[in-house]
Write a protein that binds this ligand. Sequence first.
Ligand SMILES: Cc1cc2nc3c(=O)[nH]c(=O)nc-3n(C[C@H](O)[C@H](O)[C@H](O)COP(=O)(O)OP(=O)(O)OC[C@H]3O[C@@H](n4cnc5c(N)ncnc54)[C@H](O)[C@@H]3O)c2cc1C
Length: 337
Amino acid sequence: MNVENSVMVYIQQDAGKIAEVSLELVSKARELADELGVSVSAALFGEKVAGELERIAGLGADRVYLVEDPKLRHYTPIPYSKLMIHVIREYKPQIVLYGATTGGRDLAPRVASRLRVGLTADCTDLKIGDHVQKEVEYRNILYQIRPAFGGNIIATIVCPEHKPQMATVREGVMRMNPPDTSRKAELVRLSSPLGEGDFPTEILERVMEEKTVNLKGANIIVSGGMGVGTRENFSLIRDLAEVLGGEVGASRAAVDAGLIGKEHQVGQTGTTVRPKLYIACGISGAIQHRAGMDGSARIIAINTDPEAPIFSIAQYGILGDLSEVIPRMIKAYKARV
Ligand SMILES: Cc1cc2nc3c(=O)[nH]c(=O)nc-3n(C[C@H](O)[C@H](O)[C@H](O)COP(=O)(O)OP(=O)(O)OC[C@H]3O[C@@H](n4cnc5c(N)ncnc54)[C@H](O)[C@@H]3O)c2cc1C
């Protein structure tokens, strides 16, 4: 199999734990590579991470380029960008995908600027298509699709003249395929091109804040918006989430107004979620909010405004005041269980 022209994914890890977004991107890379008739490769750097090969293969990678070194246990910009540039120069992928995480957003621009190639941040979709520019036709290039101008338009961005075409993609946007355990990938162990001088910084201590909200993993999310009115009223949203065994979400307007913490925000600049049930309470349904939840299996909307856009994507709409509707829902639910 030709190793050049692959669709490559940067596999983000920390202390041996692979970021979920990287696995989502391997699934997406498989889809793009099948359309292009090329292979999927993955770049993985860390300490004792070779054991992740099977998982990455199961999602669609054909080849994993691996550099293991105890000094690579955590991400630091200079060694990681040097390794990524080395792998790209050596194996010449046509597309490289990164998770739009803090680390991915730090790494990808460094690589792009060194290789003098384009980079589109925060894509919400990726497709393959043709493009004509100044009478030159470019075939099978990457359409890098993302909201622009405050979410008012969806822009398709192309970088046809320089390879690789690179994009970062937000967590939860691409679907992770069910793993195929029969799939195998070739492990290509690379000797590290890094010297002592490539580690100018050292991590002495890491202070981690415990994650208390798990919107991505929730089957049920009850979200509140500006219609909730006050910080105190958010207890209604929490109560409903609690009886249903769900998580509490929020619109950005509710977060900005200080009704609830940012870690609860759903949407374009918050978390992208796909729960089995999403209950939107007092949320109008602006496009930036919908971008983060319209993949939910079932949507219930509670709103006093019959014209609220959220009703256009909800399977069930309740026209009414949430301060009356929610207590009745809780009562009805408790009566049935
Ligand atoms: C670049 C950019 C990124 C953004 N990212 C996000 C994002 O990630 N997530 C996000 O949510 N937004 C985002 N926004 C903001 C978005 O455009 C909206 O402003 C926001 O989603 C509106 O929040 P809301 O629906 O809570 O408030 P509103 O639009 O004010 O809607 C409140 C709703 O509550 C209803 N209501 C009022 N009282 C009651 C009641 N008692 N009972 C029931 N219903 C009631 C009203 O009819 C109304 O529909 C972004 C905007 C920009 C420009």
